[in-house]
Design a protein around this ligand. Sequence first.
Ligand code: 5GP
Length: 197
Amino acid sequence: MSEKGKLIVISGPSGAGKSTVVFKAIEGRNDFCFSTSVTTRSPRPGEVDGREYFFIDRETYDRMVEQDELLEHAEYVTNGYGTPRAFVEQKLNEGMNVVLDIEIQGARQVRSKMPEAVMIFIIPPSMEELRRRLVNRGTDSMEAIEGRLARAKEEYAEAEGYDYLIVNDRIEEAAAAFSAIVTAEHLRFADRKDLLK
Ligand code: 5GP
């Protein structure tokens, strides 16, 4: 692969089904990878260190921020989250599309550092549906769920500046929308002028 990969940022409320949409869209493809973030949050039941996240303590997190090892970082509800920079840069250079599932403060940092990033906001069909999904997931306390719903409302108010908006009502349609966006982004004229020679 000679072409550089696309950096794809997905944001939207926790419970919108962002990673489910993307996993569905990239099933069977080998030109995509997910960046694994670091977080100070404790693992939920079933989460594995190095798979969902690298679970680290505050001290390690603060040191990574200090040493500029994170492409972006942000506080979400009561925890720190961040994207290790080296992995993203390496994979993009190898021609892989790299997906970051991050909240919007971090997304803004990515946009200002890498304006060519493709920014996609994914939402559930309604706030009621979001509450239902969070309750059904059964991994957060009611207090944490209320915190996440409040944060979702703040994020909607600040989501201006994304390139695309996907409503995850039916997973197949949302995944098809994601694939269509990535296909179109790879066909950008500015990136393909060489073909005219
Ligand atoms: P959760 O605790 O539900 O896994 O994630 C909470 C929020 O943190 C989600 O909106 C998720 O997208 C966001 N998040 C996960 N990793 C990162 C990261 O590396 N950076 C930023 N800025 N947000 C992240």
